[in-house]
Design a binder for this molecule. Structure first.
Ligand code: ADP
Ligand code: MG
Length: 403
């Protein structure tokens, strides 16, 4: 059953209606200015679709983890940036409400014309949001004729704005981003296009096990780099020196190796150093010397991995989560840069490519790969991994209920 999105409804459905849209505007703000605004820009299709059809669009999001009302976490700078990105395309005005429920908000809404946009203040100024408080859900629901969720990245949470209030509004719809995330991720999880390749790096094996359990049986190749590789190499009996090892999950890794060993690719050489600040780095094959740690995949591995990732032609699907090394340090960024470029190459050759994870997305950009050189950038982070693991997603499930 496909999720219903905005275009599955008649245009008239939105005319003059108060449409509450849960977005993820949890962006970095410093000194009142928004940094990376990808999460803001990506909501434009949903917002403009609604304003063009005469809706009064009420946007709501959380920002950071404030302990009650705290002006350091105000969404006001986001309203400003949203105005700028919408302004250059339309005459839409963005107003900002200094609250997310109650009289202030109702006053602002009563002033709205068709096609206007109102951004509400940080939902987490109320602790009721995160505990899905019934009264708070009711107050949010009162603001809306129609509920739209376009924030896949928060849909693993059972909060008032992602779950509780949705049940109190008759019409619940997935925004365009939500639908795209669910479509891509469910295709990959349940029915990936072959050949299906998975590139895993980064540090936290623990967070990725659930997703890997699902992907390992389906994948044709699992390409492992980053610190994650050292736990695999240790399980195979290699010396790993001071490299980051996840000892708690060593036995899971051993089992994965014995079941799927023939499709798992591991680094054969490494960029090693005494510490991240150490300037005398060395390229080593096989074992990592005592006292040293592996901080990136080596040149031979880069060549093998790039050929594997960039060499798929015409069809297939490739998912990448987790940098190949400590890419924040230039000396350890080569592996990641090459994988990012190989992902772009695969995309241009017709492979469906997906990238997930906060650090991975940053690494992709640092590598000079553009957002439109990937089929789908999943902004979910935790939500993406949980979805891939098959966990229940209250914010997605609630959009299916009642039809
Ligand atoms: P994502 O946010 O994309 O899911 P992770 O959070 O799992 O990715 O991992 C990103 C982090 O992994 C980066 O900060 C990077 O420095 C670190 N990392 C990758 N390889 C290594 C390594 N060999 N040693 C230490 N840290 C590493
Ligand atoms: Mg991370």
């Amino acid at each position: 059953m496909a999720l219903r999105t905005l275009s599955d409804f008649d245009d008239k459905k939105f005319d003059g209606k108060k449409v509450f849209v849960r977005v993820d505007f949890n962006v970095s703000v410093s000194k009142g200015t928004v940094g990376e605004d990808y999460r803001i820009r990506m909501t434009i299709p949903t917002i403009e679709y609604l304003t063009n059809r005469g809706a009064k669009v009420i946007l709501a999001s959380h920002l950071g983890r404030p302990d009650g009302r705290d002006n350091d976490y105000t969404l006001a700078p986001v309203a400003k940036r949203l105005s700028e990105v919408l302004d250059s395309r339309s005459s839409t005005k963005v107003r900002f409400a200094h609250d997310c429920i109650g009289q202030t908000v109702e006053n602002e809404i009563s002033k709205m014309n068709k096609g206007d946009v109102l951004l509400l203040e940080n939902l987490r100024f109320y602790k009721e949001e995160e505990v899905n408080d019934k009264g708070f859900c009711e107050k949010l629901a009162e603001l809306a004729d129609i509920y739209v969720n376009d924030a896949f990245s928060t849909s693993h949470r059972k909060h008032a704005s992602t779950y509780g209030m949705a049940k109190l509004v008759d019409t619940r719809i997935a925004g365009f981003n939500m639908r795209k995330e669910v479509e891509y991720l469910s295709m990959m999880r349940d029915n990936p296009i072959k050949p299906f390749k998975v590139v895993v790096g980064g540090v936290k094996i623990k967070d990725k096990i659930g997703a890997l359990e699902h992907l390992l049986p389906k994948a044709d190749k699992i390409i492992i780099g980053g610190a994650a590789a050292y736990t695999f190499l240790k399980a195979k009996g290699f010396k790993t020196g001071k490299s980051l090892i996840d000892n708690e999950h060593l036995s899971w890794v051993s089992k994965a190796l014995s079941t799927y060993g023939d499709k798992i690719m591991l680094p054969t050489d490494h960029v090693a150093a005494m510490s991240p600040a150490d300037t005398s780095i060395t390229m080593v094959k096989g074992d990592i010397p005592d006292g040293m740690a592996g901080f990136d995949i080596g040149n031979e591995t880069i060549e093998q991995y790039s050929a594997e990732v960039g060499g798929t032609k015409g069809a297939g699907m490739t998912f990448w989560n987790g940098p190949m090394g400590m890419f924040e340090v230039r000396a350890f960024a080569n592996g990641t840069i090459n994988i990012a470029k190989s992902m772009a190459l695969a995309y241009w050759r017709g492979v469906k490519t997906l990238i997930g994870g906060g650090d991975t997305l940053e690494a992709m950009k640092k590598s000079g790969v553009a957002e439109n050189e990937v089929s789908h950038v999943s902004t979910g982070g935790g939500a993406t991994l949980r979805y891939l693991a098959g966990d229940e997603m209250p914010g997605v499930a609630v959009l299916y209920e009642g039809w």
